[in-house]
Design a binder for this molecule. Structure first.
Ligand code: PDD
Length: 287
């Protein structure tokens, strides 16, 4: 059975799933998105992603396309129709379809909704996590509202491509003070020389990661120390460990920054333990 997508009220074969050429997401990046990891067919960290979706939409004055309850049912139906147990669900909501004009359509048009489901090879992901990955750094060049999860991801896409060209998996943006903001599609962390877990505070221009938030609870329950404080690439290299978090990567050990090893240059024990604990917790919170 082939993949099925949801487009504006209909389930259609993935290959035939299209949006209108004047969808404002397509022309103006006037759209937001969410990504859920799927564990055993359930939406990991279910509620957290809904709360952020509603916030992103609110910040851009786009209507929630349907109630949270209805949207949950549609997402679940998309998962069911794709028969995916381990994977990811992508949801995009744009301001809708209207004659091209930078200002909002008047009268208002219905928001446009797209959902896709994809399979993830968890065995391959676990292998990658056991080995750890490299990241590169790149100057921060994004807009000032990275707390809103918009599809305006061109700087992120360019940064990720730069990483891929040198065999790295993620690019960390570095601000004008020389401090890491976050990754192109993940939040950035270190375990510093004192064993303290450090990630940037959300007053900075970064996405408030749901994986990050759940990991805070995991860290507290494990009795580990946590500080919301930025770090530089040099501090990451001289840290004991580094890792990234996100719905796509979960908790993924980082073993090098710009080609130079972090700590011993191997996936660290704290990051690996937090990955296991996070997956357990996310499964508990799956809906
Ligand atoms: N990205 N920072 C950025 C810029 C992101 O794009 C993401 C997620 C995160 C982590 O957020 P969360 O833990 O809520 O997934 C941080 C998704 C997975 C993506 O773009 O595919």
């Amino acid at each position: 059975m082939g993949r099925i997508a949801y487009v504006n009220g209909r389930f259609v074969p993935h290959a035939d799933a299209v949006v209108h050429i004047e969808d404002r997401g397509y022309q103006l990046a006037d759209a937001v998105y969410e990504v859920w990891a799927l564990f055993d067919g359930k939406l990991a960290d279910g509620e957290g992603h809904f709360v952020r979706l509603e916030r992103s939409l609110h910040e851009l004055a786009i209507r929630m396309p349907m109630s949270r309850r209805a949207l949950t049912l549609v997402l679940r139906e998309a998962v069911r129709r794709n028969r995916v147990k381990e994977g990811m669900v992508y949801l995009q909501v744009s301001r809708g379809v209207a004659k091209r004009d930078h200002a909002f359509p008047s009268p208002e048009v219905p928001p446009a909704v797209v959902i896709t489901v994809s399979r993830v090879d968890r065995a391959a992901s676990e292998l990658r996590a056991a080995q750890g990955v490299g990241v590169i750094t790149t100057p921060e060049n994004r807009w000032g509202r990275c707390d809103i999860k918009t599809v305006g991801l061109l700087p992120n896409a360019l940064a990720k491509q730069k990483a891929r060209e040198v065999g790295a998996v993620e690019a960390w943006f570095v601000d004008e003070l020389g401090l890491v903001t976050e990754g192109a599609s993940s939040n950035a962390w270190i375990v510093d020389q004192d064993g303290v877990l450090r990630t940037r505070d959300t007053n900075a221009n970064i996405l408030r990661g749901i994986t990050r938030a759940t990991l805070f609870d995991v860290i507290r329950d494990a009795g580990l120390k946590l500080e919301e404080r930025p770090f530089s690439p040099e501090e990451a290299r001289s840290a004991r460990e580094a890792f990234i978090t996100g719905a796509g990567t979960l908790v993924l050990p980082v073993v090098s920054v710009d080609g130079k090893p972090v700590g011993e240059g191997v996936a660290g024990p704290v990051a690996q333990r937090l990955r296991r604990l996070y997956i357990e917790r996310a499964k508990d919170r799956a809906i």
